[in-house]
Design a binder for this molecule. Structure first.
Ligand code: SME
Length: 152
């Protein structure tokens, strides 16, 4: 992992070791990621409500969003819930199935949190930069998602 990522990852592991409840850990993680990685401008969690086949907004850091409930399949978040695969959109203007939060957002990465292979939640990150994400972001966020899945 790159230096910037490994430093933040270590801080995340320290946070996790504190034994916080899941909501507090997700909130602290969103704060840590937004402040620690310069191209992360909005960081939040969406949790699966399987009874209603929708995602529900969980803890987040950044501007308030209208998208508090997202049907599975809708937008980038909903597509990841359906596919259980990370999605990187380097230019949101080119994505048809996209739910806009703010005109400042140019790119987005969404990483699933899987529990025993089942989708339970996801990490959603918006960036005001164009095409800022690399495989380093994917590796870093997947490692965090895997650790968080232990708490679901
Ligand atoms: N852009 C997302 C919606 C959630 S916001 O980014 C907070 C999407 O297309 O699913």
């Amino acid at each position: 992992m790159e230096l910037q990522f490994s430093g933040v990852y270590n801080e995340f592991c320290d946070l996790k070791d504190k034994g916080l409840d899941l909501d507090s850990l997700m909130l602290s993680t969103s704060q840590l990621l937004k402040s620690g990685i310069s191209h992360y401008d909005w960081v939040g969690f969406y949790l699966l409500d399987s009874q209603n086949d929708q995602l529900v907004l969980g803890p987040y850091t950044g501007a308030a969003t209208d998208h508090t409930h997202i049907p599975v399949g809708k937008g980038i978040c909903g597509q990841v819930a359906a596919s259980r695969k990370t999605m990187v959109v380097q230019d949101v203007a080119e994505q048809d199935n996209y739910l806009a939060c703010s005109i400042d957002v140019q790119s987005e990465i969404v990483v699933p949190i899987l529990k025993n292979g089942q989708f339970v939640a996801e990490i959603d990150i918006d960036s005001h930069a164009y095409a800022p994400f690399t495989t380093k972001d994917e590796q870093f966020l997947s490692a965090i998602a895997e650790k968080l899945s232990e708490l679901f």
